[in-house]
Design a protein around this ligand. Structure first.
Ligand code: SF4
Length: 305
């Protein structure tokens, strides 16, 4: 079989070893060298060019709902990471106690879903009631993505706060922002052995600032990514029409990878509407112009009345 192997940035160092393994099984192997940002980001263009029979995509779980748009099969190879739980969970339980959180919603990334039962049992031993929800694009209970925090939002009414277990802020920022839970979010990072409450007010302030600047914009670039799980052309068309009805100029900008530096070369757009990965909005400093997500457009249109 002819295979195209695809790795996210953190796993590219394994590419040579994995390629050897598949070659030893008699496969012809190609490796995608493009950047890969998530389960939504499948290298079909490269696969088509080399006439691959299948993509083997490492490091993410299946992105539910994307199958219909797949021209060739994709095999997801997950990379669970078992980290030491006790040190960071001691800190997390102390922080939950200090905030009097008795009912805790538990979420994590695909790398740690296999550790959810142990996390649950530690919290229960500390007297907490633990609730675990499920997303719509995610494969596992309790799993969140930067674009799917429904596992948190769906249980928000039943809990006092959300505990996110995992590294970095890419995933939990979504829990605290649009489509999120509206509940306090505690981030327990086992790699840094640190816990931190997310400040929802910071995110709210940032969004208000972006909206205030976007109201003054005359021209909007509507960003569409051709990545399989991010492609939202119809939503972009609808946003364009609605902005034009408010007297704004809007054009749809299509690319696989949204590069804010390259967008600056247009020198034409006062603000952007992002229909691709919602976490792109967090790159607002690189964008230099206000970037709003599709979810913010309704609010913008109201303010434009
Ligand atoms: S759209 Fe963004 S958050 Fe969702 S899977 Fe893709 S890269 Fe991750």
């Amino acid at each position: 079989m002819r295979l195209l192997l695809q790795f996210p940035e953190g796993l590219k160092k394994l590419a040579l070893e994995k390629a050897r393994e598949y070659e030893a099984q008699g496969h012809e192997v190609f490796i995608s060298s493009a950047q890969c940002f998530g389960a939504c980001d499948l290298a079909f263009e490269e696969a088509r060019a080399v006439k691959a029979d299948k993509i083997v995509h490492f490091g993410h779980a299946e992105f539910l709902g994307a199958k219909a748009a797949m021209p060739i099969p994709v095999e997801y190879v997950e990379f669970p990471i078992d980290v030491s739980l006790a040190p960071v969970m001691r800190k997390a339980i102390a922080a939950l106690n200090a905030k009097k959180c008795g009912k805790v919603g538990l979420v994590t990334t695909v790398q740690h879903v296999q550790q959810l039962p142990s996390l649950r049992s530690m919290l229960e031993k500390a007297g907490k009631t633990v609730v675990v929800g499920r997303g719509t694009r995610t494969k596992y209970e309790g799993q969140i993505l930067g674009c799917d925090t429904i596992a948190a939002a769906s249980i928000a009414k039943d809990v006092d706060c959300i505990l996110y277990f995992g590294g970095g802020l890419f995933h939990p920022l979504g829990v605290g922002s649009e489509g999120g839970s509206g509940k306090p979010v505690l981030v327990a990072d086992p790699f840094a052995n640190s816990v931190k409450w997310l400040d929802a007010k910071d995110e709210e302030k940032r969004k208000k600032g972006l909206l205030t600047r976007a109201i003054l914009a005359k021209t909007f670039g509507i960003l569409v990514s051709t990545k399989t799980g991010q492609f939202s052309l119809e939503a972009a068309r609808a946003a364009k029409k609605r902005l034009e009805a408010k007297g704004k100029r809007a054009e749809i900008l299509v690319s696989n990878f949204v590069d804010f530096e390259a967008l600056e070369n247009f020198q034409s757009f006062d603000a952007y509407i992002n229909t691709a990965c919602p976490r792109l909005r967090d790159d607002y400093e690189r964008a230099r112009k206000p970037v709003l997500n599709l979810a913010d457009v309704e609010e913008l249109l109201k303010l434009l009345q």
